[in-house]
Design a protein around this ligand. Structure first.
Ligand code: ADP
Length: 504
């Protein structure tokens, strides 16, 4: 085995150089210039490169395959041919395990013990390069995303009142980048006078520490003289001890189209509300005013029945009977219609209501029908929901009443009311019966007013009950639907907002 430089010159071991050589965290190699053979390598070399000292000394870097490519070595030698010293020379070298690492070398040609040598000190900088690459990748990605999107970026130095705007800002307003500041105008000059106060107050709160971030919508004057709506969001940075920020950074988004759409939508909504109110008013007035003449028709038909039954002929008796029955049916229709229009006309504000009490009240109102039908009623644990008492009772009364009305003639009635938690702060209720069921074809239709499945089967119905239920559930903020198997039974489901925490 060949001797190392320090072995050949024991006095060297005593020198500072030898100690530095041993403890230095950077790679150090000493090579004979004439042969290119390694004379010595330090511990850091063996640690970083993975070679034992014996595997290296006496061999050349090319023998071992240190360089990623032969050109790497060539480059180094060429650089050293014109100067005795090199610094920060970037190379790629291969470790024993085959992995190529980035290294930064310093090299010096020198004479050691009469022999021309090359001392190389190198450092593995792969980690640093990776961090730099990741940083520049994310910066590039960020910049490209900013340029590609309609979101603009702004950065406002409050102390100097200098603001940076990304190209999207200028694009949105139709200016060339840099055109605005060049014309001595700032974003404040572009603000719509009506929006100025709101925008400045939001930014001010954020600067002065009353809020960490802000969001404001305002109009800015575009180059063509029109206005663009902007949604501006920002966050404060660099607060001084008094809590005052030195910088606001944020984004802006062109929401002009969105605003236009919103305006159209809210105009349509207003029109819809107006026509709904008109319709409700019409239904209310019509049904209310129809009650008196109808009452008279029924009353006089009943008088006719009383006084003239069997005194004209059998046909006349039948005709008078039809008038009385139809009049009574119409009175029920009008009554239900009135109740339906009252569901939103005279609606009490929503408050936490214990559902158990509303169910008990509904069952009490149905006592007579229930006792006639017989059967079992099962009520689970009931929560508190946001509702109004009158309509909550009406909702259960309609559903339970239908379960009784549409029970199967050949089996005892079984009815249950249960509740379970549903996502988003809701409860899901189920009112289930074992009645005649509903064909899937009608599952949607029966929620419409006056829609009945089989009008002939039950003369009492008006087709308003489920429409009223849906209206009530919608007003309470929930939804209603059903599952049914014809011949086996029906379950009506609906959701209501949890009321335990009180109004939100
Ligand atoms: P009405 O009961 O006055 O006809 P509803 O709006 O309450 O009006 O119900 C509409 C139709 O839905 C009813 O005519 C009936 O055919 C059907 N229906 C409602 N509830 C049930 C039920 N629990 N079981 C079977 N059919 C039902």
């Amino acid at each position: 085995m060949q001797e190392t430089a320090t072995e050949r010159h024991p006095d060297l071991a005593e020198t500072k150089f030898a100690r530095v050589f041993a403890v230095c965290p950077d790679i150090i190699t000493i090579t004979a210039l004439a042969t290119g053979r390694y004379l010595d390598v330090n511990d850091a070399f063996t640690r970083v490169m993975g070679y034992g000292r014996d595997e290296v000394i006496g061999r050349t870097s090319s023998d071992i395959g240190i360089w990623e490519t032969p050109q790497e070595r060539q480059r180094l030698l060429e650089a050293l041919s014109t100067s005795t010293r090199l610094e920060n020379f970037a190379v790629r070298i291969r470790r024993k395990d085959g992995e190529v690492v980035d290294a930064l070398l310093s090299a010096e040609r020198t004479v050691l013990d009469g022999e021309d040598c090359l001392i190389i000190v190198g450092r593995d900088i792969s980690d640093r390069i990776q961090v730099e690459k990741a940083l520049s990748d994310s910066e590039t990605r960020f910049r490209l995303a900013m340029e590609a999107s309609n979101d603009g970026l702004w950065d406002w130095d409050i102390q100097t009142d200098q603001a940076y705007f990304s190209p999207a800002y200028f694009r949105m307003l139709g200016y060339e980048p840099g055109e605005l500041p060049a014309a001595g105008r700032t974003w404040r000059d572009l603000l719509h006078p009506e929006d100025r106060q709101g925008a400045e107050a939001a930014a001010c709160d954020c600067i002065e520490g009353r809020s960490e971030s802000f969001s404001a919508e305002f109009r800015l004057r575009a180059r063509n003289g029109g206005w663009r709506w902007v949604l501006c969001r920002g966050r404060a940075f660099g607060r001084d001890p008094d809590g005052r920020a030195s910088r606001l950074i944020g984004t802006h988004l062109d929401i002009t189209e969105h605003k236009k759409f919103e305006d159209i939508l809210s105009e349509k909504n207003r029109a819809l509300e107006r026509s709904n109110a008109d319709l409700e008013q019409f239904a209310y007035v019509a049904s209310h005013d129809l009650q008196t003449p109808l009452r008279n028709i029924v009353r006089y038909a009943q008088l006719l029945e009383l006084r003239y039954r069997s005194r004209i002929d059998a046909d006349a008796d039948d005709f008078i009977g039809f008038i009385v029955d139809s009049g009574k049916h119409m009175a029920r229709l009008i009554n239900d219609l009135l109740e339906f229009s009252r569901a939103s006309r005279q609606a009490a504000p929503l408050a936490p209501i214990p559902v158990g009490e509303a169910v008990a009240q509904a069952l009490k109102n149905l006592e007579l029908d229930l006792s006639k039908a017989g059967g079992e009623v099962e009520i689970g644990d009931m929560p508190v929901v946001m509702a109004d008492q009158v309509h909550l009772v009406s909702l259960f009364q309609n559903l339970l009443g239908n379960a009784v009305k549409y029970r199967a003639p050949d089996r005892g009635l079984r009815l249950s009311v249960t509740a379970e938690r549903a996502p988003g702060g809701f409860w899901r209720f189920a009112v289930a019966d074992n009645g005649i069921g509903i064909d899937p074809e009608y599952h949607e239709k029966i929620f419409e007013i006056f829609q009945r499945l089989n009008p002939a089967s039950d003369a009492d119905g008006t087709g308003v009950g489920l429409a009223l239920c849906r209206r009530i559930v919608h007003r309470f903020g929930g939804t209603i639907w059903l599952q049914s198997e014809p011949g086996r039974g029906t379950t009506f489901f609906f959701t209501l907002r949890d009321g335990a925490a009180g109004p939100s």
